[in-house]
Structure formats: structure tokens, C-alpha cells
Design a protein around this ligand. Structure first.
Ligand code: SF4
Length: 418
């Protein structure tokens, strides 16, 4: 017998605001009486209303997985299954997205069809980890639905103490600011550590995120343990004629207020003839001037990425931004991408061997000290390393031995460049 719709006065309140409510979506699924998930969604709404009333959560974990994988399914069993039997099991399958989150509509329709047949019809594109979240599935249907999703070419994402599903921005596919190919970097890094994603065996979770420029559209700097952010090592490219046109269209005052004065390092100056001078040695590659004068300015030609490690908000020791451990890694040739993959593997290996149980990479670095982390990875200390974006280097650049230290560093760089 079909379940009745429960009274949900508190959830109904959530539909009264100006924004679309998730409650409306859940009710829409519950109202589809001809679908196998209608009862599940009715009872889900009932349990949710109960949670809002009692301010208690009623989901508990358990062990549910698919053959060959140790993670990727988030099991959810209801503690109030006697009252809401149809939603007694409401597991989530984490499915890895395509890099850059590109899909064709045919694929999206197929994913929807699979989930209408085996799940609740409820899909989140995308969860906080970047996954396609197929939410609401019974234990019996977990394997069946994954087999169908797998046939479409998708793989299970990460869950538990594992390498987690990665996210990458749209990158070179559509963005003129992209300084490297996020899709290639994403797929190469993930494929090289797939075992650590499918079979959770790390001290705690580890996330990569890939942004092709410092706008950091994946928020990688504070949402990943290894953040790969596109940047450039030479001069900003300036099309002076296009810049003059922007000044003509928007007026000198607006350009001074919104471009020149907003440069955090005062690296820009507007000439009397409306052309632009850039002091590239002072530029910290924040992207502001490029964002607001897109037609006239673009990143330099020598492109690559800055690698930051240990970001996450919030950790047990507070919020951490990723620390710069590689100021500039060129990412143009196949060998460059292989170097990135190798660095990622080394960081995970070091993390696996040195982190304590339930300790994220940033916490491990804070505990053992950055010099030990760098030494473990065989990375030379570099004055361009910083602990926060846009602050001074943590490498001391004063004192009596300054000249001597600079000399040594330049010598090491010269040897590395040969
Ligand atoms: Fe200034 Fe940022 Fe433009 Fe560099 S990218 S010149 S720091 S506004």
C-alpha cells in the first residue's frame, strides 16, 4: 500500500522564502506516485520533519559497498525506521565527475534514468568533494545501480580515509585565463593514485583540486590538501591599443579607482597617453587587473602552476590556507605533467607514512615542521615560498649572511636549470 504524505509544517516554512527550496524538490519526487521512489521520499520528508522538531539527526552509518571497492558509498540507515520504513535505507553513491565537469545532455539523461530506476531520483551536481552525489538508495540496489553507472564510463569516488574525488575548473576548455590544462592534470593525478581512492588505507582523507588561474574557481587553496593553481612566470601581456579603448569607454577616473588603485602591490601605472605600465617584478599575479580588463590584459606566456599543500578550513588546529611548496612548476609539456603526478604521489606517500590517525596533511606539516616536510620530499627551500597568499616569505631574507645565502640559492637554481 502506498505511504501517505506526512504533515510537514516546519519544512513547509522553508518553501516560503524568496529562494527555491530543496523541500519543493523532495515533495515533487514524493508526488510522483507511479515511480518506485515515491514512498521513500514521502517517508524521508516525514523523518526530516521529525528531525526539525526534535533537533536530532536519525541517520547512522554502517558498511555498504560494491565489489572491488572499499569506499565510495556513504551508508545511511534510519534509526526511526519503524515510523518511516520506506526510507529506512538511504545510501549515497559518490561518483567521480568528469574533469572540468563537462557532460553532454545524453549522459545526464542516462544518469537520471538510472537513478529513477534504482534510487530516489535525487542527484546533487556536485557535492562538496566534487562528486556526483547519487542520493537515496537501498542496500539491495547499490550494486545494481553502480553497475549501470559504471557501464556509462563513470567510476566510484572516494570516501573515508582515502584520496578523495578531485575537482578541476573548466580551464582551457572555455577560459582564456587558463595557465595550464586542468583536465589533463586532474585525470593524470587521480589515475596515478586510484588504488588509494578505491581502497581507503591512508591516515585520513587527502584531496587534490585544480584551478587554472589564481581566481581559483575550485577554491582549492582552502579546500584541498594539494592545490594546483595556474600562474605565469614572465610578464603580463598588455594589448596597449585595447587598453586605450577601455580607458576611452570607461574614463580615466574609473580605471584609476578600479584597476590601478586596486592592485595590491601598486604594480600598475596609467600613462598620460592612456597606456599602461606594469612593474612585473612587483606583480603578485592576483589576477585582479586581468579580470577587469580582459580584452587588454592576459597572463604571460610562460605558464604553469603554483603547488600549495596543507589547506583546509577548518582543521583541529584552526583554518589553514595551502602553503606554497613549489612556487612555479611549468606545465606545458607531457614531461611537466609527469613531474606534477610524481610530486602528488610523493606527497601522498609521505603523508601515508608520517601522518597520525585522523590528521590532515596541513596538521601533519604543522606538527613536524615545514623544513622536515620539504626535506622529506626533497624540495629546496625557496624565498618564493609563502605560508599565506600575498604575505611575505617565511624564508628569512635579512641578517648578516644574506648575501652569502642568496649566492648559494642562485647557484642551486643555476645548477637546476642546466
Ligand atoms: Fe597587480 Fe594583481 Fe595585476 Fe599583478 S595581477 S599587476 S598584482 S592587479
Amino acid at each position: 500500500m502506498a505511504e501517505k504524505m506526512h504533515d510537514t509544517p516546519m519544512l513547509d516554512e522553508l518553501e516560503s522564502g524568496p529562494w527555491p527550496s530543496f523541500v519543493t524538490g523532495l515533495k515533487r519526487l514524493a508526488a510522483q506516485e507511479d515511480k518506485p521512489y515515491a514512498d521513500m521520499m514521502k517517508d524521508l520528508l516525514g523523518q526530516l520533519e521529525l528531525s526539525y522538531n526534535t533537533r536530532m539527526g536519525y541517520w547512522k552509518g554502517g558498511a555498504v559497498s560494491v565489489f572491488g571497492y572499499g569506499g565510495g558509498v556513504i551508508p545511511r540507515f534510519s534509526e526511526v525506521a519503524d515510523k518511516y520504513p520506506a526510507s529506512s535505507e538511504f545510501h549515497t553513491l559518490r561518483i567521480m565527475p568528469s574533469p572540468g565537469m563537462h557532460y553532454d545532455t545524453k549522459t545526464l539523461r542516462k544518469l537520471c534514468d538510472i537513478w529513477e530506476e534504482y534510487g530516489s531520483g535525487l542527484i546533487a551536481l556536485h557535492g562538496q568533494s566534487g562528486d556526483i552525489m547519487m542520493q537515496g538508495c537501498t542496500s539491495e540496489n547499490v550494486q545494481k545501480s553502480f553497475d549501470e553507472i559504471n557501464k556509462l564510463g563513470f567510476d566510484m569516488g572516494g570516501a573515508g580515509p582515502a584520496v578523495r574525488t578531485s575537482a578541476s575548473c573548466v580551464g582551457m576548455a572555455r577560459c582564456e585565463h587558463a595557465c595550464y590544462d586542468t583536465q589533463v592534470a586532474h585525470i593524470s593525478c587521480v589515475n596515478s593514485v586510484l588504488d588509494d581512492m578505491h581502497r581507503p588505507a591512508l591516515p585520513y582523507k587527502f584531496k587534490f583540486k585544480f584551478s587554472a588561474c589564481a581566481n581559483d574557481c575550485t577554491n582549492s587553496i582552502h579546500r584541498s590538501d594539494c592545490s594546483v593553481i595556474g600562474t605565469w612566470a614572465d610578464d603580463i601581456q598588455v594589448d596597449q591599443e585595447a587598453f586605450k579603448q577601455i580607458v576611452a569607454d570607461r574614463g580615466r577616473k574609473e580605471i584609476i579607482d578600479q584597476v590601478i588603485a586596486m592592485c595590491p602591490t601598486r604594480a600598475l601605472s596609467l600613462n598620460d597617453n592612456d597606456t599602461l605600465d606594469v612593474d612585473n617584478s612587483s606583480c603578485v599575479k592576483c589576477m585582479h587587473c586581468i579580470n577587469v580588463c580582459t580584452k587588454a590584459l592576459s597572463p604571460g606566456k610562460k605558464r604553469g602552476a603554483t603547488i600549495c599543500v596543507g589547506g583546509k578550513r577548518s582543521l583541529k588546529i584552526g583554518d589553514l590556507m595551502g602553503t606554497v611548496v613549489v612556487p612555479f612548476l611549468p606545465l606545458e609539456t607531457e614531461e611537466d605533467y609527469e613531474a606534477l603526478v610524481e610530486l602528488g604521489e610523493n606527497i601522498i606517500e609521505f603523508f601515508a607514512e608520517n601522518a597520525l590517525e585522523h590528521e590532515r596533511c596541513g596538521e601533519m606539516i604543522a606538527r613536524i615542521g615545514l623544513p622536515n616536510f620539504l626535506e622529506g620530499l626533497g624540495i629546496e627551500v625557496d624565498p618564493n615560498m609563502i605560508i599565506h597568499p600575498r604575505i611575505s616569505s617565511y624564508v628569512r631574507i635579512d641578517g648578516d649572511e644574506w648575501e652569502e645565502e642568496v649566492g648559494k640559492w642562485n647557484q642551486r637554481k643555476a645548477v637546476a636549470a642546466e
